[in-house]
Design a protein around this ligand. Structure first.
Ligand code: SAM
Length: 332
């Protein structure tokens, strides 16, 4: 099968080069890893080639690793239109990007890559998504979960998905890649590769909780998602499934109308703005802030975003904010 880089030609190479160059500010491992991953894992190219990331999206990237998606989108913005793969649509211009990452070293790499102010606000939170996603007070339009859910146990997978979907504004989208535990030897091979990569990146491995693809489908449909699947080249990630979900039954996820309601009236402009507000006001429970923002929004359209803007005006975290972690987390 043709690799995506063969089809995209020099424009594809330019994208890889631009995105991985951002990690020079981190460490050589991060640069090499970015180059290797972006070239060999087609999911980032597919996301652009197939327009899977909506223009103007507030992106919540859960388990963002070293922030490859964020770097990729910034590189796309730099490359387009002069050096752009033929047939790909114009790259999206997100409204904001929030990455949540458990492993401190990866969160640091992501922050280094995003340190230079970019065209949209970007923030990396070093935190355990199992707690941190429930505390995200701003609505988003795209939840990204690429190769993350199998690191947490089954109840946590379900709780995290529910929390993530609660953040989605009406019409919001989920981009999720999971392994298919029913894929036989390919699934076993994928898990073995996963353990090697975990060990290389974090110095240890952790148990993996995988499900058959049908179970993932049923779980997401049960949460009110309409799903479609994007075929992945078999040679690259044969045991993986890339799902695009849209939230059509808002009430299906308990409480989803909460944060989505904030978005509906006058969305908190940037996820980063609320992150900054949280960082400034560490004594407040973030969930309490979300509830207050929601109440304010319901009482007076626009109040939520004004409250967030007012509270964040004391900070200059326009881009790549380095919000404190929610506590000492054990890395993978
Ligand atoms: C295989 S990597 C994928 C990284 C990124 N999504 C990408 O596609 O480049 C999985 C990432 O999920 C992170 N992760 C695992 N459990 C997590 C948790 N409970 N909270 C936040 N991040 C987590 C890991 O530290 C790791 O960086």
């Amino acid at each position: 099968m043709t690799r995506w880089t063969d089809a995209a030609g020099p424009a594809g190479e330019a994208l890889i080069a631009r995105a991985s160059a951002r990690y020079r500010a981190a460490d050589p491992f991060a640069v090499h890893f970015a180059r290797f991953k972006l070239r060999n894992d087609p999911v980032f190219a597919i996301a652009l080639a197939q327009g899977l990331i909506p223009d103007g999206a507030r992106i919540l990237d859960i388990g963002c690793g070293q922030g490859l998606l964020a770097s990729w989108l910034l590189a796309a913005r730099q490359c387009h239109p002069d050096s752009w793969p033929q047939g790909w649509p114009a790259p999206p211009v997100p409204r904001s990007y929030l990455g949540i990452e458990l492993t401190p070293a990866d969160a640091e790499r992501a922050r280094a890559a995003l340190a230079e102010p970019g065209p949209w606000p970007a923030e990396i939170r070093q935190a355990d998504a199992r707690a941190a996603v429930a505390e995200v007070a701003a609505a988003c339009d795209l939840v990204v979960l690429l190769d993350v859910l199998h690191y947490i146990d089954r109840p946590a997978q379900e709780a995290l998905l529910r929390d993530a979907l609660r953040c989605l504004a009406p019409g919001g989208r989920l981009l999720m890649r999971v392994g298919d535990a029913s894929a036989g030897w390919r699934a076993r091979y994928s898990r073995a590769v996963d353990r090697v990569v975990q060990w290389l990146r974090a110095g240890r491995t952790s148990p993996l909780t995988c499900r058959p693809a049908d179970e993932w489908r049923a779980l997401l449909r049960g949460m009110g998602m309409t799903l479609r699947e994007v075929p992945l080249p078999r040679d690259a990630h044969g045991a993986n499934v890339l799902m695009v979900g849209t939230l059509d039954a808002v009430d299906a996820v308990a409480g989803v109308a909460g944060v989505a309601g904030v978005a509906g009236v006058d969305a908190v402009d940037a996820v980063g703005a609320v992150g900054a507000a949280d960082a400034l006001d560490a004594s407040d429970a973030p969930k309490g802030q979300a509830v207050r923002a929601m109440q304010a929004a319901q009482a007076e359209p626009g109040a939520a975003s004004r409250e967030a803007a007012a509270r964040s005006s004391a900070t200059t975290s326009a881009a790549a904010s380095t919000t404190a972690s929610t506590g000492e987390m054990e890395p993978l």
